[in-house]
Ligand binder design. Structure first.
Ligand code: DP6
Length: 349
């Protein structure tokens, strides 16, 4: 983390507004963030845990420029849709308010993976935007403060500031001071762990932002309260399994959490169904693999999208990957590890 300041404080560097480039990776949640207890402060109901992924990156450059009359956004070299531009502008407004800057900005962002493919481009995108915009505005934010800012773009972005295994603590305080992401273990903690990302053919684009969909779950799912009661125990067990690099304990917990997340989505009114028949067939295939082996060889999870992430140890990864690639409706698979957190690439005044 090149943006880290040991004091954890932030300093305003006058008018030294310039330009900065920051890169960040997506993450996949093992315990899901799904439900906001305070919409104004962006505070979640429950803590979540994720793995930051290696190999996938968003690189974002922010340049403040007093001659612009509004913020501009280029996404993979093209003018971005107005909706995306507005959500970027909203995060930039927070950076302007903190730094005292009034200039608009030119934002260029590039993903080395398909945008809106369900590979969590909002997590890497808003982490990269928060990192680039604060640096360009001359603010020195600690990684923790950066995670607090990034969550206003997208909750899951708070976790992409850090590498490896990351916890976003929900906190208890009404003012949100104890709500932030922190690293649990670095990317090298569990070198044998792999994530087989199973990309589903024709995965539909998200119709409704997760931030909106999850509030429908809070309001209407009769299972949401039971989920909240189950989460502290599940979270503790999952952190113990990660600490002990215990795959046979971790994989069933990851699947239990994914099934619980899917259950509150499906019992939301109207129901939220993110999977396609091919995604469901992948989940079924993982259950079959485990049943045949008589042990937890692998553990599946998915976010609010059709693609499936399957955790497995290196020794079983190639075989599992071949098997999952044969499930009808699977477009391709990626083999990923835990990766590093966000990084300031360059800054100039
Ligand atoms: C299911 O905070 O990423 O991935 O910006 O609308 O995508 P959007 O919301 P976001 O919601 C994350 C929901 C989740 C679970 C998780 O990543 O914890």
């Amino acid at each position: 983390m090149s943006l880290g300041s040991a004091r954890g404080s932030e300093a305003v560097a006058g008018d030294a507004a310039g330009r900065a480039t920051y890169e960040a990776a997506p993450n996949i949640a093992l315990v899901k963030y799904w439900g906001v207890r305070d919409e104004r402060l962006g505070l979640p109901y429950n803590s979540s845990v994720s793995v930051t992924l290696d190999g996938l990156r968003t690189v974002t450059t922010v340049a403040f420029d007093a001659s612009l009359d509004r913020d501009e956004l280029l996404l993979n070299g093209r003018k971005a849709p107005e909706k995306a531009r507005r959500s970027v502008s909203a995060l930039l407004d927070r950076v302007r308010a903190r730094s005292g800057l009034t200039a608009h900005a030119r934002v260029r962002t590039r993903n080395n993976f398909p945008t809106a493919s369900g590979l969590a481009s909002s997590a890497s995108g808003f982490a990269a935007l928060a990192g680039a915009a604060t640096a360009a505005a001359g603010l020195e934010l600690s990684p923790r403060a950066l995670s607090k800012l990034a969550r206003f773009g997208s909750g899951s972005a708070s976790r992409s500031v850090f590498g490896g295994f990351v916890e976003w603590r929900a906190g208890r305080r009404p003012d949100g001071r104890d709500c932030y992401a922190r690293p649990l273990f670095g990317p090298q903690h569990w070198p044998e762990l792999r994530d087989v990302v199973v990309l589903i053919e024709g995965a539909p684009e998200k119709a409704v932002r997760s931030a909106v969909a999850m509030q429908a779950t809070v309001r209407t799912s009769p299972r949401f309260a039971a989920r909240q009661r189950a989460l502290p125990g599940r979270l503790a067990a999952l952190k113990r399994a990660i600490a002990g690099r215990d795959a046979e304990a971790l994989f069933p917990l990851v699947m239990e959490e994914c099934d619980d997340f899917r259950d509150v989505c499906e019992t939301t009114r109207p129901p939220l169904d993110y999977l396609t028949p091919a995604s469901r067939a992948v989940l079924e295939e993982v259950r079959r693999v485990n049943l045949e082996a008589g042990r937890a060889v692998a553990g599946y999870t998915h976010d609010a999208g059709a693609h499936v992430h399957v955790f497995v140890l290196e020794r079983d990864a190639a075989r599992l990957r071949r098997r999952l690639a044969q499930v009808p409706g699977v477009a391709r698979t990626l083999l990923l590890r835990a990766g590093p957190g966000g990084r300031l690439v360059r800054r100039s005044a």
